[in-house]
Ligand binder design. Structure first.
Ligand SMILES: *Cc1c(COP(=O)(O)O)cnc(C)c1O
Length: 398
């Protein structure tokens, strides 16, 4: 299957066949394909200035950083721009390690270990892959970068037991996207924040998939625990409507009695990226993020997400266990053993392939969950059209 053209929440392959798009470039094309808001911002900026290097001030970057800090994250801090989610996570891991030098263990040795969670996903670089507690991501790429330890998601006793003198941070997604659309429990997330305070650890949230209104709130954690004050946040996917872009946010909070700001420990020269935050990427992202901020995309994502949940659960099909997630990050949990799966495939990959053949593009999440992550502006009738196709596929399985 080769895609030739996109239009809103439809994709067309090179043979001209039309698909309802519940995948949206894996949660990146948040305003749909070829949205004039995105295309015009990209083309206008391409005519003006594409790239000039970070040897100069990039006005588009300053404007975008201000918008993200003030209107999306809403907590004083600073932003570094990069090109992907994995780079953003490598960035926050570097901040955590530097923090571990500035705030060493009682014996003076630097702290460096970050606790992450099984079934989480943080990317494919050497750093973000090591942070990803899933064997299938790491297989035959060992030895892994040291300094990570994995705990079961939502297991508070396991987390407490994993904290040791080398620990400098705890990193998690509000909803594990790739790993099966597994939401964090609010009481667990609150406990993580308390443990971070108690042990002087950085609270690191990977918002690469959940962020930018996907889950019905500006950032995913806000729908779970709005009062949470993270130290580090990584973003990418939806940030620029399908244009490659990522960023990480660092809190301005003081890390010692002298009032040293956390963001200040990454001064000029400490990190960099040739292509990160080009005028082209920033102007495109600015158009997307300002549209998300001024539109009612969060409310819309919540409403459409509820439609997905109530519709799919309303079918009462034996192959569906439940629908998990928040906003427009949804997972249809398939019931193990309720249908047969070809050798070598998984329930989620198999059902995904049946949907593709029927004209619907979804995305597997883990082995047993079908992920629904459409554009945030998917029209209600296109959502209904896609759900009808899904019903046909799931009913036939049953
Ligand atoms: C996709 C994803 C990443 C990796 O992003 P890339 O842009 O593919 O490097 C990291 N974390 C989460 C939660 C993701 O969903």
């Amino acid at each position: 299957m080769t895609m030739g053209k996109g239009e809103g929440s439809y994709l067309f392959d090179t043979d001209g066949r039309r698909y309802v798009d519940f995948c949206a470039g894996i949660a990146t094309c948040c305003l749909g394909h070829c949205n004039p808001i995105v295309v015009n911002a990209l083309c206008d900026q391409a005519h003006r200035l594409m790239h000039c290097s970070n040897l100069y001030t990039i006005g588009e970057q300053e404007k975008l950083a201000k918008l993200i800090v003030e209107d999306v994250i809403g907590i004083p801090g600073r932003v570094f721009f990069c090109n992907s989610g994995a780079e953003a996570n490598d960035g926050i891991i570097k901040v955590a390690r530097r923090f571990g030098h500035r705030r060493p263990a009682a014996d003076g040795s630097p702290r460096y270990e970050v606790i992450t969670f099984r079934k989480g996903f943080h990317g494919r670089t050497l750093g973000s892959m090591a942070a990803t507690g899933q064997e299938k991501i790491q297989i035959e790429f060992d030895p892994m970068l040291i300094g990570f330890t994995y705990v079961d998601f939502n297991d508070l006793d396991g987390l407490r037991a994993a904290i040791r003198k080398e620990t400098c941070g705890i990193m998690l997604e509000a909803i594990q996207g790739e790993g099966g659309v597994n939401p964090v429990k609010p009481e667990f997330l609150r406990a993580v924040a308390e443990l971070c305070k108690e042990h002087d650890l950085l609270l690191m949230i990977d918002e690469v998939q959940c962020g930018f209104y996907r889950c019905g709130t500006p950032m995913g954690w806000m729908g779970v625990c709005p009062e949470l004050k993270p130290d580090l946040v990584s973003c990418a996917k939806g940030i620029a409507g399908g244009f490659p872009m990522g960023c990480f946010w660092v809190s301005n909070r003081a890390i010692n009695d002298e009032g040293t700001e956390l963001a200040s420990i990454m001064g000029p020269g400490s990190h960099g990226s040739t292509f990160g935050g080009t005028p082209l990427a920033c102007a495109t992202s600015y158009a997307v993020v300002s549209e998300l901020v001024k539109g009612h995309y969060g409310e819309r994502a919540k409403r459409m997400g509820e439609i997905i949940k109530s519709t799919v659960e309303g079918w009462q099909l034996p192959v569906v266990e439940c629908v998990r997630g928040l906003g427009l990050l949804r997972g249809v949990a398939l019931r193990r053993g309720s249908f047969s799966v070809p050798e070598g495939s998984t329930p989620s990959a198999y059902v995904n392939s049946l949907c593709m053949a029927a004209g619907l593009l979804c995305c597997p999440a883990g082995t047993d969950t079908l992920r629904i992550i459409p554009a945030l502006n998917i029209p209600e009738e296109v959502l209904a059209e896609g759900l009808d196709i899904l019903r046909g596929v799931l009913s036939q399985l049953a």
